[in-house]
Design a protein around this ligand. Structure first.
Ligand code: EPZ
Length: 422
């Protein structure tokens, strides 16, 4: 397994470009199942999770032209003209739970699907009850068999669905399913993340009729069929936020090209409270620091609240802030594993259930640490950037799921970082 070694103490300066959003690309690639026509994609990031999704879709019979894309020279094209299989295997779904998003599109277009339940992962139980409740409301027959969900429907029909939680995945699965249902579907208490709006934008380019994406109530008027489309994926707000922390924590001056401040409101407001100097314009975000970082309290919430995917990164910044910060995680039940590794680097973090009390330390010291999940892995690298000495991060396959060319990007900003291939 590869390791990444970071030698701390370098201020990051210069310009870095944000890649396409992993969490927007995954559902929009899966939406290609809804039509037999070619779907063309720009700015899909070259990530492990994307390769997993392409493997999953290829296994279902989707034709994929990824030559130019992998080399970064052209767009990615998918065409689900002859879907030969309606099953997503446990091996793939357990690797990446977003694979579960094929359930809605397969049921909607082909009237049946057999998809493994994702099971849990490092950060929590990750149930899918809201996905299933919505599909049943639209007339699907759902059976649980040997760890798989089997869904059947002659044709889905419109329904009024209330989500007990504004689940991103459930909103995406049900939006896609509803585009081909007979009649109108309302998804109430829908997730409002920018990735939901990007999916709706792609579905409408396909001839879908989705309104209200980004608000609490999404209305989908079903149509008989959808056609191909061309779509540029939005920038990755979580990668952008991670680079904001990288500049702030090293006391640098970085221009994050392509970052959209409007996708990071709550996060950026918290950073300004912490004393980070931000200059935002339509082209990106400039991040500088003016004196000490001040401790601030953070509570993760569904969008537009503070993103849970930026909690670990914020914890690192608070680990070297001047004061005490209380970080409360309300989305996932086990998303503090990075704290245990940061403690080994001299951070002073006390865990109390879903709260972490972070006492700013004078400095962090480099150490061998282990990545446990995607966002924990980037937080350990961020800590290494500011720690004295060297930090060796193991199990970086977690990192490769969601950060495109991360060593190259950080090196270009002046970080002393290298990957040791195992
Ligand atoms: C998406 O996961 C993201 N993944 C996650 O990013 C992100 O952390 C999460 O949304 C929250 O913003 C992708 O988009 C691929 P949820 P998802 O359904 O859809 C509970 C990353 O690091 N829930 O909004 O799985 C669930 O247990 C990843 O890029 C149910 O109870 O998140 C959780 O507590 C990590 N029943 C909460 O809702 C359900 O049927 C939020 O989950 C579904 C979810």
């Amino acid at each position: 397994m590869d390791k990444i070694i970071v030698h701390g103490g370098k201020k990051l300066t210069g310009e870095v470009t944000v890649s396409g959003s992993k969490n927007a690309a995954l559902p929009i690639l899966i939406a290609s199942l809804l039509t037999a026509e070619p779907c063309r994609y720009q700015r899909v990031p070259n990530l492990a999770d994307i390769h997993t999704t392409l493997k999953l879709l290829g296994g279902l019979g989707v034709k994929i032209d990824k030559q130019g894309w992998a080399r970064g020279t052209s767009e990615l094209t998918l065409q689900a003209e002859a879907v030969s299989k309606l099953e997503a295997s446990y091996d793939l779904v357990k690797t990446m739970r977003a694979s579960f998003l094929v359930l809605g599109p397969l049921t909607a277009r082909f009237g049946q699907a057999r998809v493994s339940t994702p099971g849990g992962c490092a950060i929590g139980a990750r149930p899918v009850n809201l996905h299933l409740k919505g599909l049943e409301a639209m007339g699907a027959r759902i059976e649980h068999s040997h760890g798989y969900i089997e869904a059947t429907a002659v044709r889905l029909h419109g329904a009024k669905i209330y989500l007990d939680l504004p689940s991103v995945g459930a909103t995406e699965n049900l939006m896609m399913a509803a585009t081909l249902a007979e009649g109108t579907t309302f998804i109430e208490n829908a997730a409002k993340e920018p990735e939901i709006e990007d999916l709706a934008s792609a579905l409408n380019k396909m001839g879908g009729r989705v309104r209200g994406a980004g608000t609490d109530i999404v209305q989908i008027d079903g149509v008989d069929s959808l056609h191909g489309f061309s779509h540029e994926i939005i920038p990755d707000r979580i990668e952008a936020g991670s680079f904001v922390i990288a500049s702030a924590i090293t006391g640098g001056d970085v221009w994050i090209k392509g970052a959209r401040a409007e996708h990071l409101d709550a996060f950026l407001i918290k950073l300004q409270e912490a004393g980070v100097v931000l200059s935002c314009d339509p082209g990106g975000i400039r991040v500088q620091r003016n004196g000490k970082i001040k401790s601030v309290d953070v509570t993760t919430l569904p969008y537009p609240g503070f993103a849970t995917d930026l909690q670990a990164q914020m914890m690192v910044l608070m680990s070297v802030a001047d004061g005490v910060s209380v970080i409360t995680e309300t989305i996932f039940e086990n998303r503090f594993m990075h704290a245990l590794e940061l403690d080994r680097m001299g951070a002073q973090i006390q865990l109390e259930g879903n709260r972490a009390v972070v006492r700013g330390a004078r400095e962090l010291s480099g150490a061998p640490v282990m990545a446990t999940d995607l966002r924990a892995s980037i937080s350990l690298i961020l800590a290494g950037l500011v720690a004295s000495g060297s930090t060796e991060v193991s199990r970086v396959y977690h990192l490769d799921r969601g950060y495109e060319y991360i060593e190259e990007k950080l090196s270009s900003l002046g970080a002393q970082i290298e990957r040791v291939r195992a």
